[in-house]
Design a protein around this ligand. Structure first.
Ligand code: F6R
Length: 587
């Protein structure tokens, strides 16, 4: 059983249960199928956990008057095995005196389980994580202290992990990280530890970003760090002041629509932080012998877009899906520039790609949204999207910002000016109320359908890919994108009376793509055209502004809105689609 999940801990004078639940709510984007809290009450260790979201545990299991000054907590995203109360974290040892929360995968958990079973340990869950609490229990028999037992237990683990542990007799939390993020938040008389700073921002502006094998002992406002490989280490305290003014859902019902609407501000926000960086990236890309672009999901689609523009600028570049990167390892060398694109900066496949590229001597540049993330830290240089946290699982404003960053780089390489105001007003037009109202018509047509096909050519094909992902992930309708010319090589067999096909039309490919639309319509297909101009082949026409290289932005925004409205119509919560999590920290 492997998980990505979010973890949070608290030691201080205040009510840690309340604090960790606030933090956990902000970590739900990492996983939200079950939730749990472990805390000390008197001399006892209390564990409350259940399948569901943070509000479920609050409503069902934690009395509002419950108070504790030492707490660990967890929100989970399971990849194998069942989503059950028993498999939720924290996990205790046999005697219920030690509790742990874990993010990552313990690869050697079977061997450890066998070792522990022979020594009489009884397991209550099917998780890999549960071995950790029992291993600490086992080593407490021989080691002098809780810390020493934890150290010994952690050093036995293989895989990736961020772990927090507490014990009924201790007034501290012990933790470690290896390949899964962990950040400490500092305040007078209080200490916080979490998977990312987003969970901690309501409490403090001072952070310590832990490195691999950092072993921490956290008390009230006191943090001791020792690296299990290097010994005693000093980690800098970084002050990060992020405005939380726009932090909530505000007037919107969901983060997804709030984040879609925020796309009108994306240009200003990128330029606010990165003016000089765009030049640095353009120069480096222009002079690199080999350029690779790597990302996953929507961020990979942004890589396709970036590569398309670089090709247009006469620069050879190769976009690679992060999880496939190792198969291209031989192409990477010290003359290579690898551009990693990641909203979270914590996607395991992207991090692995970066590490492979670094080993081969490549230079790493990245485009990230989350400040302090692993991708940012492991890069030689980075551009921040700076568009604020994206909470909705579906990437919307961050995808647009990735595209704008590539567009700015392209313009800089070409020595062309960029009219940010013009692009902004086109985006505003696409976000207008009348457009959303019109989209209801499309929703009505699609809501009962099981399949939708999307076609485009060139940049429009990239839009089709991203649009299909948006529809699938929040409305659960099977959506598949093809280059317009590919449909006739097999998939046309699936077109029946009424099969919806979304056709992305652009100036450059107009005749060919419209002819592909006709091929679909002739076989009974229902054509939804996204185009600046009407065409007789369209059954429904979604009008977009005329565009050049910014075309993909213009074409994708209407589908983000469509996907959102479809999810609502079908009764799904678009912020938390089933089976998904925003930050995919497992391979
Ligand atoms: C799709 C989506 C995912 C992410 C992917 C990469 O809407 O959100 O496909 O794009 O998991 O995540 P980051 O960009 O954080 O590396």
């Amino acid at each position: 059983m492997s998980k990505m999940c979010g973890i949070m801990g608290y030691v201080g004078n205040g009510n840690g249960i309340h604090a960790t639940l606030v933090g956990l709510k902000r970590l739900e984007y990492r996983g939200y199928d079950s939730v749990g809290v472990g805390y000390k009450k008197g001399g006892d260790l209390v564990i409350k956990k259940c399948v569901g979201r943070v509000e479920d545990i609050c409503r069902r299991l934690i009395p509002s008057e419950d108070h504790s000054t030492i707490v660990i907590s967890h929100t989970r995203w399971g990849t194998h095995g069942k989503i059950t109360d028993e498999n939720a974290h924290p996990h205790a040892d046999c005697q219920g005196k030690i509790a742990i929360v874990h993010n990552g995968i313990i690869e050697n958990f079977q061997d450890i389980k066998e070792f522990l079973s022979k020594r009489g340990h009884q397991f209550k869950s099917e998780t890999d994580s549960e071995v950790i609490s029992h291993l600490i229990e086992e080593y407490l028999k021989t080691e002098n202290s809780f810390e020493e037992a934890c150290k010994k237990a952690f050093s036995m683990l293989k895989g990736s992990f961020a772990i927090l542990a507490l014990a009924s007799g201790e007034d501290k939390i012990v933790g470690i990280r290896k390949d899964s993020p962990l950040v400490v938040g500092i305040k007078e008389n209080e200490s916080f530890i979490a998977s990312d700073i987003y969970a901690l921002l309501p409490f403090t502006k001072e952070f310590i970003f832990l490195q691999n094998y950092d072993f921490i002992t956290v008390g009230k406002g006191v943090v001791k760090i020792e690296n299990l490989k290097e010994g005693k280490v000093e980690r800098p305290v970084e002050v990060i002041d992020i405005n939380l003014e726009y932090d909530g859902k505000e007037k919107y019902h969901h983060f997804m629509i709030k984040e879609i609407m925020e796309q009108s501000e994306v240009i200003d926000r990128i330029l606010e932080k990165n003016n000089g960086k765009i030049e640095v990236f353009s120069k480096e890309i222009s002079s690199a012998k080999k350029v690779f672009l790597v990302g996953a999901g929507s961020s990979y689609h942004a890589c396709l877009y970036g590569s398309y523009l670089l090709t247009k600028a006469g620069i050879d570049s190769k976009p690679i899906v992060a999880s496939e990167f190792k198969h291209f390892e031989k192409l990477i060398d010290k003359d290579s520039l690898v551009i990693a694109v990641s909203q979270s900066g914590e996607t395991a496949d992207v991090i692995e790609a970066i590490r492979i590229a670094k080993k081969r001597g490549a230079k790493i540049f990245s485009i990230v949204n989350v400040y302090g993330s692993t991708v940012m830290r492991e890069s030689n240089d980075y551009i921040l999207m700076n568009v604020g946290f994206e909470v909705g699982v579906a990437a919307t404003k961050t995808f647009t910002s990735q595209l704008i960053i590539f567009l700015l780089i392209y313009k800089s390489i070409m020595g062309e000016g960029f009219d940010g105001r013009e692009l902004q007003s086109k985006i505003l037009d696409l976000l207008g109320r009348s457009r959303r109202e019109f989209m209801e018509k499309v929703v009505d047509y699609l809501k009962e359908k099981d399949h939708v096909f999307l076609i485009g050519r060139g940049l429009s094909f990239i839009s089709a890919e991203e649009a299909a992902l948006k529809i699938k992930e929040v409305s659960y309708i099977h959506a598949e994108a093809f280059p317009g010319g590919e449909l006739k090589h097999g998939t046309l067999a699936l077109i029946e009376n009424g099969t919806p096909c979304i056709v992305f039309v652009d100036r450059e490919n107009k005749d060919e793509i419209l002819s592909n639309a006709h091929e679909v319509k002739t076989r009974g297909g229902f054509i939804i055209g996204i185009s600046p101009e009407r065409d007789e082949v369209f059954d429904i026409w979604i009008k977009i502004p005329e565009a050049n290289e910014e075309l993909t932005i213009m074409q994708v925004i209407p589908i983000q809105i469509l996907a959102y409205l479809l999810a609502l119509k079908k009764g799904y919560n678009p912020d938390y689609p089933r089976n998904l999590a925003k930050s995919v920290t497992v391979k």
